[in-house]
Design a protein. Structure first.
Length: 724
């Protein structure tokens, strides 16, 4: 039952991790959207960046603001080059002039594989199109978002995008609604929507049903009557928070309650270092508290001592920290200052990975006065007891957000009666959700999308554009320098650039040919494998012989010249990128079959480099093969494993082949032993032949997976040594 209830979560995670399909992850309050985000960040091997529309949301998500990441102005964006009011708007051409994207950020965009946008409900359609236009331009790729996979997270029934009245008449010419789903790029993104349904915050089925109805705009008289039973509901006021619609009301309540306390006040000053915009402060720079003050925690403690939204009462302050007691706890909590980090993303040239870099920090006690808080700032929090004050006019979804902060009906108090008119839902949002359901054949789509993603990665592995970008940057650097014999150097670079352009033309034709094989309805697996094997041999030889050797000779010549140390490092960096290109080709696989199983012809000698930064640890290898073995040992057949894991038979056979190699599985379970011995004899009689050649020589049909099994069986028997 548990697995069935979380099928949306499991599917969403698989599509994000194992395909390049763009995904909208949504769900009711308390369904675990943030938890799933953290799970994806922990598991993915893709180059990933996280952004959010506001500073506070970005800090909490551990990423950057959208405007900072993409160097976007605060003006609205029009998705063409028509003349606009430059005080309010930017069009495509003016955006190019405004954006100051340095080459380091451009390289980061080129390597970006997964962009996560949190709080997507607050992102306007034009802002999403500005992101799309920037990525297409930086990556020289006209697919939606420049070919980058998007994961956008949020609930459209909660926070809505802010659109000024004097801006919308112009934006309305291009967008049907201000919501992100009306953006031009989103229309072409072929996105999938996954709505999480299992609610973890509330357990009361009656309350859950009421919340669902309000979220969907259902004005049920029975629901309203039940909620209004909690009007002026009386219970113990301790650790109760008031949710109100405006900052001024929340501040007034907090200050009034603080002034009623007779105890002495004390101040907590934040320590701000580096770059940390004031608008992104997660709490006040100066917090004034007293003994007896009601406070709310703003972070989760690493050991679970407190959580974001937990309410307590201040007991005092010592040199060690602030003492807070929470009802239900056995001990007083000693709260110490913690640090929020402001990060930006950078590309680690050594590892080729996008990494977060701390540029500033905000250190403060994770507390704020909490007799009252606005509904807006309560987003994502959970309260045991809350007074909901919705006397003033409020926006669509605000009633749902306020009520859904509470764990139960018993902990809810209404300071004003709820009317049917208070249940406001934007019909445009409702229509979009109605049309954006999970396809019934999602499992089939997943298998297809996995294969399409693998195909696309294989085709693009031969692309030479990034190398040509490096060559172009090299020439620009040399032209701006005072390098000795500069004219000769530029001549060398131009010869390499010419070769690079030739390589790109060949790579483009090669990619088209692979694409035609992959699009064919016939079984073209053998054609793809054979073509790639020849392509790997050609491209690695060309790059090594005509580019790396030339640049190594050039580097040695300049190492002995004065004042060229920095220049030589730049040349070494470019040589390193060429080697990465070669090594990436040698490591290519197709349907879990190594395309270059022999020892690489070209190897680089890596000298010890004390300055090289430690690379990000990778997930343990062999994890997926272990899962297959466990399922096999449980008695499941290969077909059953394929179905349960959404993998092809060839993939599962490759997994089992590994365990044959290590003596965990008997090859006789998969192949007739007479055939095994016959294949092994063919291999022995033709020691210099490739796998493709062995298959042609062997008199009967022979799959690559079978050939691999026989080689691994021979290794297990001690007939051959492991070349790896």
């Amino acid at each position: 039952m548990q697995q069935e209830q979380n099928i949306e979560r499991e599917l969403a995670e698989k599509f994000i991790l194992y395909t390049d399909r763009t995904v909208f992850l949504t769900g009711k309050a308390g369904t675990g959207k943030t938890t799933l985000l953290q799970s994806i960040l922990d598991k993915t091997h893709k180059n990933t960046a996280v952004v959010a529309p506001t500073g506070v949301a970005a800090i909490n998500a551990g990423g950057m603001t959208i405007h900072s990441m993409f160097q976007l102005p605060t003006k609205s964006f029009t998705p063409n080059n028509e003349i606009v009011d430059q005080e309010l708007f930017v069009n495509r051409s003016s955006l190019v002039n405004i954006q100051k994207i340095r080459k380091e950020r451009k390289r980061l965009f080129q390597e970006l594989e997964l962009l996560i946008i949190d709080e997507i409900s607050m992102v306007r359609a034009d802002l999403l199109d500005a992101i799309d236009y920037t990525l297409r331009r930086m990556r020289r790729n006209q697919e939606p978002f420049g070919g980058v996979q998007l994961l956008v997270i949020g609930d459209l029934y909660q926070l809505a995008p802010v659109v000024k009245d004097y801006v919308w008449p112009t934006l309305n010419k291009y967008y049907e609604t201000p919501f992100f789903f009306s953006s031009i790029a989103w229309q072409y993104s072929n996105a999938l929507t996954f709505e999480l349904n299992k609610i973890y915050r509330q357990q009361d089925e009656t309350f859950i049903q009421i919340l669902n109805n309000i979220r969907n705009g259902v004005k049920n008289e029975g629901d309203i009557t039940r909620l209004n039973e909690n009007f002026n509901h009386k219970f113990e006021a301790a650790e109760t928070i008031t949710l109100t619609t405006h900052n001024r009301k929340a501040d007034a309540i907090n200050q009034t309650e603080l002034s009623r306390l007779d105890s002495h006040k004390f101040e907590l000053e934040a320590k701000v270092k580096g770059q940390f915009n004031e608008s992104s402060y997660p709490t006040n720079e100066k917090i004034i508290l007293k003994k007896g003050a009601q406070v709310m925690f703003l972070r989760n403690h690493q050991d679970g001592t407190y959580f974001n939204g937990k309410i307590g009462v201040v007991q005092g302050k010592t040199d060690e920290g602030v003492k807070v007691f929470c009802k239900g706890d056995h001990e007083t909590i000693l709260v110490e200052p913690i640090q929020w980090k402001n990060t930006r993303y950078k590309l680690n040239e050594a590892s080729g990975e996008i990494e977060p870099e701390e540029v500033g920090s905000f250190e403060q006690y994770p507390l704020k006065l909490a007799w009252a808080v606005t509904v807006h700032k309560s987003q994502g929090l959970t309260f045991d007891k809350a007074i909901v004050d919705l006397e003033d006019t409020f926006a669509p979804g605000q009633l749902y957000v306020a009520l859904s902060r509470c764990r139960s009906l018993e902990g809810l108090t209404l300071s004003s009666m709820i009317k049917a008119a208070n249940i406001i839902v934007d019909s445009r949002v409702k229509n979009y959700y109605h049309l954006s359901t999970i396809p019934e054949n999602a499992e089939e789509l997943l298998v297809k999308a996995k294969n399409e993603f693998e195909d696309k990665k294989l085709r693009r592995s031969f692309d030479f554009n990034k190398i040509n970008d490096h060559l172009e940057a090299w020439e620009e650097t040399v032209r701006a320098s005072e390098l000795p014999e500069k004219t000769t150097v530029i001549k060398t670079i131009r010869a390499l650039k010419k070769k690079g352009l030739e390589m790109q033309k060949i790579a483009y034709s090669f990619e088209k040919q692979l694409h035609s094989f992959m699009a064919s309805e016939d079984d073209s697996k053998d054609q793809i494998i054979n073509r790639c094997q020849k392509g790997i041999q050609y491209f690695t030889n060309e790059v090594h012989t005509l580019m790396i050797i030339t640049m190594e000779d050039h580097k040695r010549a300049y190492k002995i010249k004065p004042r060229t140390r920095k220049y030589v490092r730049e040349v070494e960096d470019l040589i390193s990128h060429l080697w990465k290109y070669i090594e990436s080709l040698y490591s290519l696989q197709y349907r879990d079959i190594e395309l270059h199983p022999e020892d690489p012809k070209h190897r680089r000698i890596v000298m010890f480099n004390p300055d090289k930064k430690k690379e990000k640890p990778k997930r343990e290898k062999g994890e997926t093969q272990k899962i297959t073995l466990e399922m096999w040992e449980e008695g499941k057949t290969l077909d059953e494993i394929c179905k349960l894991r959404s993998l092809k038979l060839g993939t599962i056979q490759t997994h089992m082949s590994k365990w044959i190699k290590f003596g965990k599985v008997d090859i006789a379970k998969f192949m007739d032993m007479k055939k095994v011995e016959s294949v092994w004899k063919t291999i022995q009689d033709n020691p210099d032949k490739s796998s493709a050649d062995i298959r042609e020589i062997f008199p009967d049909s022979l799959e690559y997976s079978e050939l691999t099994m026989v080689r691994n069986w021979a290794f297990a028997k001690g007939y051959i040594e492991d070349k790896t």
